[in-house]
Write a protein of this length. Structure first.
Ligand code: GRF
Length: 194
């Protein structure tokens, strides 16, 4: 469990790379009375994507980080996190792999959502691979981030049935809707003791 004691709201950052539908759902969850989180910062590796526009409209401090040099990028990110007293990080469609150094610095404080039923289909193109392998279900998983890609402890997972008519686009669309509900649910579960 994440040990964050003695405060009402936990300062959180959301890392994104694009559309930002999970950012949206985490933000609306954070505004609920019983939520224990406060979204203070959005980090994105791309300028002018939908998620960035959404964050700015909602007056969340938003930083675009150039990822040409991962070491420099992570150094900048660490400074932003410190300045904003960030205690918990949510990866929401963040398409960069964090270094071992960064992950260990924020051990047990980085959460991710992955569009598959982990441990199956780590990495990219999850739904495409699930359909090719004639799986009955795909789904999504909220989990802790560790040094190993998509392998940290699972917080919550939900199945989504693959229909005979599905292609990877229709399946990702359906799973995304489930993701948007599962992420807040997982955060709530994680922080239920605080
Ligand atoms: C989601 O499917 C997430 O699981 C994956 O990237 C997608 C991001 O979607 N890692 P969004 O930007 O939150 O809409």
């Amino acid at each position: 469990m994440v040990k964050l004691i003695g405060k009402k709201k936990i300062n959180c950052a959301v890392f994104i790379s694009g559309r930002g539908s999970n950012l949206k759902s985490i933000l609306s969850y954070s505004k609920k009375n019983n939520s224990k989180i406060n979204i203070r910062l959005v980090i994105c590796n791309k300028p002018s994507v939908n998620g960035v526009n959404f964050a700015k409209k909602n007056k969340i401090e938003t930083k675009i980080v150039n990822y040409k040099n991962k070491y420099k990028a992570e150094k900048k990110i660490t400074n932003y996190l410190k300045k904003n007293n960030i205690e918990l990080i949510f990866l929401a469609g963040f398409m960069k792999i964090l270094s071992k150094y960064f992950v260990n610095k924020y051990k047990n404080k980085i959460i991710n959502i992955h569009p598959s039923l982990l441990p199956k289909y780590k990495g990219l193109n999850t739904h495409k691979r699930a359909i090719i392998n004639k799986e009955k279900f795909s789904g999504c998983t909220v989990h802790f981030v560790t040094e190993k890609l998509d392998s940290g402890r699972i917080i919550l997972q939900q199945k989504v049935k693959i229909l005979s008519t599905d292609d990877y686009k229709s399946l990702s669309k359906r799973v995304l809707k489930v993701e948007n509900k599962l992420y807040p649910k997982a955060i709530n579960k994680l922080l239920s003791n605080f």
